[in-house]
Design a protein around this ligand. Structure first.
Ligand code: DC
Length: 246
């Protein structure tokens, strides 16, 4: 039954704009949202707290399969809260230590297998926008729309730096550029579900585009495939957002 539910699979490297674009596209369509990177980041946090090492494949896969994790929309629907074992960890997991550890753990095939079904369970009516590295290649290979967002590494580091500084994390741009390059390399070169565009993905280079422009490009692609919901529902969502903004 869930195979009939449309999935917009959005993959790409860190800082390409996936998070912001997926959030807006999901809100405009009234679709569910899966932030698969947050699952790997929460696993990274849990492994650090439990003193597990990246090589502890079996315990890590067990931990991944049983993670007490869920997502909630914030009151105004303008962000996704990440709740791990009853604690809001949305900010905590964004630090680069969790990002690097997540990327390392994500290279483990048993860990990936352990989170596969959890990710697929987000495919529920009326539809799903899925943000990750392997959404179009492995998790939802039958997604009717696959998008691969990318941007130059310098621009991605600059965006990530801005985000982290806004969240109160102190980190230098040069350091971040090094970490992102290292994370790209690890994500692209791992044998298990490496980061790459699906053969049938639309590739969008966001280096010179703002978020709203990219959202429009994705919405156009959705429209051309007939995946968009009725205008009435979108207007309802818009007025809910307006209410929150007041
Ligand atoms: O999207 P992100 O930066 O929050 O993801 C953190 C890491 O998790 C990323 O470097 C690689 C891994 N990841 C993955 O391997 N597969 C996914 N679908 C999502 C993230």
């Amino acid at each position: 039954m869930s195979d009939d539910v449309p999935v917009i699979a959005v993959d790409g490297p860190v800082g390409a704009g996936k998070g912001a674009v997926c959030f807006r596209v999901a809100a405009r369509l009234g679709f569910h949202l899966l932030d698969s990177g947050a699952i790997y980041r929460v696993l990274a946090l849990a492994s650090l707290r439990r003193g597990l090492n990246p090589g502890d494949s079996r315990p890590l896969a067990r931990l991944a399969a049983g993670l007490d994790l869920h997502f909630e929309r914030s009151e105004c629907g303008d962000s996704l809260r990440v709740i791990f074992e009853g604690e809001e960890v949305g900010v905590l997991i964004r630090d680069e230590r969790c990002g690097q550890r997540a990327s390392t753990l994500a290279a483990d095939a048993s860990v990936r297998l352990a989170v596969l079904e959890r990710q697929r369970a987000y495919r529920r009516p009326p539809g799903l926008v899925a943000d990750g590295r392997d959404m179009g290649t492995v998790v939802f290979p039958d997604a009717p729309l696959k998008v691969f967002l990318t941007a130059s590494v310098e621009e991605r580091a600059r965006r990530r730096h801005k985000q982290l500084v806004a969240k109160g994390f102190g980190v230098s741009l040069a350091h971040l550029l090094g970490e992102i390059s290292q994370r790209d390399k690890r994500d692209q070169e791992r044998p298990a579900a490496p980061l790459r565009p699906a053969g049938d993905a639309i590739v969008i280079d966001t280096t010179h585009h703002g978020i709203e422009t990219v959202v429009e490009m994705v919405m156009d692609a959705i429209e051309s495939r007939g995946l968009r919901r009725s205008r009435g529902r979108r207007q309802d969502l818009q007025s809910e957002t307006d209410k929150c903004a007041r």
